[in-house]
Ligand binder design. Structure first.
Ligand SMILES: *Cc1c(COP(=O)(O)O)cnc(C)c1O
Length: 523
């Protein structure tokens, strides 16, 4: 029996699994063993993926009897190699080029180890103490980097989708409050509104169907999802066209805002994206801020991807973000933090009252009166991880400029890769990147049917995934299938990128060789 084994036949022994003063040595041994293994694994990863299929892996996972425990951490880790580690997708590998997943910085992993062992929950001061203050410092630090002003506040969230949802909730309730107090038909109701706290549902139903969110065709789907979750329906989202560089067209935005007013609709929010998921394009923030100010619309900036610019030498790409009412940042994208680490920031902290609910057992009103900082008052979650600690240790150990350098490096690499693609007759590339994505497609030859172009690109992506040599993403542009590189790993070289392009061309060529000759297609 290994050092990591427990002999849990006796029920009294089940207590030896709990981490406490008597078992800290066991914890140390078990975690050290797992870190030793995962270090070796990371060091020895030859490819980002093995290419395993669902059908190939599912029997292994299904074969584990969850009612027959091993009582031995080493044995469970051996098993984990089979069910997970061997075939996992490794984001740290230089030829992982698919989604917005970053390699993670070691200081953040130190934070991850600490925060899960102490296991603070950040909903209330009496469950976290210093954790609350650390989170608040990081919110203040981020808000200052953005330039949101002295009344700013915010909260860590589980991700950009949740941040966007909360931003839309605040924007919705601010729009409703304004609309209901302006109408002022119910003085009793107005009094309630001024007392703060969440809005009563009483007359919201009158306002909700008139609310509109305006966002570009390239914005993240979580905006549409939020509209549905917030009871406004997907049709509450007005899609504003983008220009040739995939940035929101502000002339079109102005026209849509004017149309809202003509039709008696309320433009409750404009969502600008600072780094669209597909193209990394940054909407024209200053012009959007002007239009929001003119029309009284809440300005939300979704900087889930572009937030790394806050610490980079390209900070000016975010000019205008300081005029936002709310901002989404995903540290788990361009700050090289492990999942999850994200936040929503707001210009006016009083707007967070729309998610403030008091529970006698947790955060009674008298605590707020005594100024006890209960973060649950600002969050749509209750029990909440101390994710902020990872960013804290990142800033304390490596510092913000070092994080920015990593992001700048991948943006530089994307610019070089764009030239490579642009000069390569095998490929068509959509836009010159502002950040670190490249959307392109293999061109099967001018005389080929465009349908073949779609099939060959879909095939090349699948074949590459199945080979495990590299992982790339795909997307659709103007109804056609494209491939996408998302570069977030400074270790990815231009040679890696050239190699992956050759692999794509090889898979595409093999696919084309099996197709009927172009001469046979009706033209
Ligand atoms: C990734 C992304 C999101 C969603 O963030 P999650 O952390 O995945 O929930 C939202 N907006 C944009 C622009 C993104 O790129």
């Amino acid at each position: 029996m290994s050092l990591l084994a427990h002999s849990a036949e006796d029920p009294a022994d089940s207590r030896t699994y709990l981490l406490n003063n008597g078992t800290a040595h066991r914890y140390h041994r078990a975690v050290t063993e797992s870190v030793t293994r995962i270090s070796a694994k990371i060091a020895g990863t030859a490819r980002p993926f093995t290419g395993i299929t669902v059908d190939g892996l599912a029997p292994t996972v299904d074969g584990v009897d969850l009612d027959a425990p091993l009582h031995d951490a080493a044995a469970a880790l051996d098993e984990l190699e089979e069910v997970y580690l061997r075939d996992a997708v490794y984001f740290h590998h230089p030829r992982y080029l698919a989604h917005l997943n970053c390699p993670v910085v070691i200081p953040a992993l130190v934070g991850e180890a600490v925060l899960s062992a102490v296991n603070s929950s950040l909903d209330t001061w009496d469950q976290s103490a210093g954790g609350t203050l650390i989170e608040r410092r990081l919110i203040d630090w981020t808000a200052r980097r953005i330039g949101l002003g002295g009344l700013a506040d915010g909260i860590f969230t589980s991700g950009g989708s949740q941040s966007n949802l909360q931003a839309m909730l605040l924007a919705r309730d601010e729009a409703c409050r304004r609309e209901l107090t302006r109408d002022g038909t119910s003085p009793k109701f107005s009094v309630r509104l001024e007392q703060g706290g969440p809005l009563s549902g009483a007359r919201l139903t009158d306002v909700l169907p008139r609310l509109r969110i305006l966002t570009s065709e390239c914005s993240h789907f979580s905006i549409r999802k939020s509209a549905t979750l917030l009871g406004m329906g997907a049709e509450a989202v007005i899609t504003v066209p983008s220009d040739g560089n995939k940035r929101m067209r502000t002339d079109e935005l102005a026209a849509e805002l004017a149309r809202c007013h003509r039709d008696g609709l309320i433009p409750m929010a404009v969502v600008a994206t600072a780094g669209t998921t597909d193209f990394g394009s940054i909407d024209p923030l200053p012009e959007i801020a002007d239009l929001c100010a003119r029309h009284g619309a809440w300005m939300h900036v979704d900087a889930a991807y572009g937030c790394g610019l806050l610490v980079s030498r390209r900070r000016e790409l975010l000019s205008g973000i300081e005029r936002a009412d709310s901002v989404t940042v995903d540290y788990h994208k361009s700050f090289f933090q492990p999942v999850s680490s994200s936040a929503i920031l707001v210009r006016d902290r009083s707007t967070l009252r729309h998610v403030t609910y008091h529970a006698d057992y947790l955060n009674p009103r008298r605590m707020a009166e005594k100024r006890i900082p209960n973060q649950v008052d600002k969050s749509i979650q209750t029990t909440r991880r101390f994710d902020a600690l990872k960013l804290w240790l990142t800033l304390r150990i490596m510092g913000a400029p070092a994080v920015g350098e990593l992001f700048d490096e991948v943006i530089d690499r994307a610019a070089d890769a764009w030239k490579l693609l642009h000069d390569d007759p095998r490929f068509d590339v959509v836009v010159e990147p502002q950040l670190s994505t490249l959307v392109f497609r293999y061109v099967p030859g001018a005389d080929r049917d465009p349908e073949i172009g779609d099939r060959v690109n879909l095939h090349a992506r699948d074949a590459l995934f199945a080979s495990g040599d590299a992982i790339v993403a795909g997307t659709v542009v103007d109804g056609r299938h494209y491939l996408k590189f998302t570069l977030l790993n400074p270790e990815t070289t231009l040679e890696d990128i050239a190699t992956v392009l050759d692999l794509i061309a090889e898979h595409a060529g093999a696919f084309l060789a099996e197709q009927p000759q172009p001469a046979l297609s009706a033209r």
